[in-house]
Design a protein around this ligand. Structure first.
Ligand SMILES: *Cc1c(COP(=O)(O)O)cnc(C)c1O
Length: 398
């Protein structure tokens, strides 16, 4: 009897289910906005990356519709062949201006940016140095590289220096060194000390690459991101990567820096070269989102007002809200089961926020990860606080 070649599918899935590590998909019946329908129930959305509510901004929606009408539903090709339309170029020029960079390049997603670009920036004979808590797409990009790899302790600049000093003592000198960090870390909401990382990188002749997926639309003047937040020169942070899938409210990855970086990236990144380009509606929606960020500064201001209101009340109520400095606020409860029960109870009370448990965070650091939204009113924020306090008391968390 021959063995079933697909038996592992069910087996491995069932192992995940029995360890409670499987993903149960939550379906939204309609747009992602503060009050939305999840599994048919009206709840306050507290775990979306759509920080500024731009996914339902009228100008962003209208731009997508207009571009579908003028340019079609799909682009017809990959960017280097016949899939670059005027909207794609306009978006890149607008983004570069927004970022204050010489040039930008847009990829299909942030994941495709990291997976496509990182292995080209450093290869055989090079070294990549990465923060231990960097995002999975960075980890995969690093894995695709033939470079030597080293990690430094989370946000620990002295440890980064140690790694770079060790690299200098390496028997054969490295050709290039690439230092990579998230800008804002998505599990704890803490900010990378990019000013100090950039300085140390510079002193060791390394390139510095920041993934600002959670900093864009949040940090810096008008949401320009972490490089602007620290007023850093592009001579110190040469590669600023980001995504349109979070605060910009659409989808797409991007990288900003010098014209040389853009030319290099588009000629070398296999994800960019070999995968279809954004549909016109996506590119136009991204362009409109950049325009909204430039013209309507109230969204970023409102995001921070809501963030301060929430953190202040949650801290005062006795919750452990960690070391976040951003609109990502973890509500740390410790035990995984407790985090799941809290999430379930919050859902019953009308707040949608998911638990983050081991292995995504340490076993005793299970949490509900909340993400603030600029489109919430004061009373929406207060509704969430009340639900947390009620559920927290019932579960003896506060
Ligand atoms: C979400 C995220 C990405 C992936 O971006 P997508 O555009 O959604 O693929 C990359 N890096 C970080 C730090 C992220 O948070």
């Amino acid at each position: 009897m021959s063995r079933d070649p697909t038996g592992f599918l069910k087996e491995e899935y069932e192992q995940l289910v029995s360890a409670a590590l499987d993903w149960r998909i939550h379906v939204l019946n309609g747009p992602s906005q503060p009050w939305c329908q999840v599994e048919g129930k009206k709840v306050l959305m507290f775990c979306s990356n759509n920080y500024l509510g731009l996914s339902t901004h009228p100008r962003v929606q209208a731009a997508a519709i207009a571009a579908i009408q003028s340019h079609g539903a799909g682009s017809g090709s990959v960017r280097p062949i016949a899939g670059t339309m005027d909207i794609h170029i306009e978006l890149e020029e607008r983004l570069a201006r927004f970022k204050g960079a010489e040039a930008s390049l847009v990829y299909q997603t942030g994941f495709a940016t990291n997976a496509g670009l990182i292995p080209q920036l450093a290869g055989e004979g090079d070294l990549i140095v990465s923060d231990e808590l960097n995002h999975g797409s960075i980890i995969d990009g690093v894995r695709l590289s033939k470079a030597d790899k080293a990690v430094f302790r989370h946000t620990d600049v002295e440890d980064l220096e140690r790694v770079l000093n060790d690299a200098e003592a390496h028997s054969t000198a490295y050709r290039r060194i690439l230092v990579i960090t998230d800008g804002v870390f998505s599990m704890d909401g803490d900010i990378a000390p990019l000013d100090r990382i950039a300085r140390v990188g510079h002193d060791h002749g390394a390139m510095v690459y920041v993934d600002d997926a959670h900093g864009e639309g949040v940090l810096g003047t008008g949401g320009r991101g972490i490089v602007d937040h620290f007023h850093l020169s592009r001579d110190l942070v040469q590669v600023e990567m980001g995504t349109f899938s979070k605060a910009f409210g659409v989808v797409g990855g991007h990288v900003s820096g010098s014209k040389d970086l853009r030319n290099f990236a588009l000629n070398k990144s296999r994800t960019w070269l070999l995968s279809g380009s954004h549909p016109p509606g996506v590119a136009a929606a991204c362009l409109a989102a950049v325009d909204v960020l430039e013209k309507e500064e109230q969204h970023v201001r409102r995001l921070w007002e809501n963030t301060r209101r929430f953190k202040k009340a949650m801290g005062a109520a006795g919750f452990d809200i960690g070391r976040s400095e951003t609109p990502i606020t973890p509500i740390i409860v410790g035990d995984s089961g407790k985090a799941k029960r809290l999430s379930d109870r919050l859902f019953e009370l009308g707040v949608f926020a998911l638990p983050i448990v081991f292995p995504m965070v340490a076993k005793d650091r299970a949490r509900i990860r909340t993400i603030m939204n600029a489109a919430m009113t004061d009373s929406d924020v207060d509704f969430a606080i009340d639900a947390f306090v009620k559920a927290g008391k019932e579960l003896a968390i506060v």
